[in-house]
Design a protein around this ligand. Sequence first.
Ligand code: 5GP
Ligand code: ZN
Length: 142
Amino acid sequence: MSQDDCIFCQIVDGEIPSRTVFEDDVSMAFLDANPLAPGHTLVIPKRHHETLDDVPEDTAAHLFGVLHRLTPAVEHAVDADGSNVAFNNGEAAGQEVPHVHAHVIPRFHDDGGNPIHAVAGRRPDLSEEELDEIAADIESGH
Ligand code: 5GP
Ligand code: ZN
């Protein structure tokens, strides 16, 4: 299920070199080529899926298990004070490589960065009714 024109499929297939830090049958993790911090790591499913919605549930659970084990190792390797673990899920959210991947970005008390709250655009001003409606739609939609 690899896609010829996908950079991350080419990394999985060994056609593009990577600094791989973890690999099993389902997933792979390697250092980001343009790191936002030392230790910036990407975790991917080996099969080509574009966004989180496309990932089968067992693969998603597997990826979370890998993130759970790998994140402390990443932090420890670079002596980080914390980390942001996040997906740019879809083009509108800033996803540039259309092969789903989690970023593990080590954080340091003095790194000048921002919390994940800083990634979105204008904040909405939602009424209690609108919040109720959104919550109900999410609850009934999965
Ligand atoms: P996105 O914006 O899609 O969430 O992030 C894609 C990430 O992939 C970026 O942080 C970028 O630096 C990284 N990246 C792009 N091409 C390559 C590559 O060929 N090798 C590695 N290791 N990382 C890459
Ligand atoms: Zn791919």
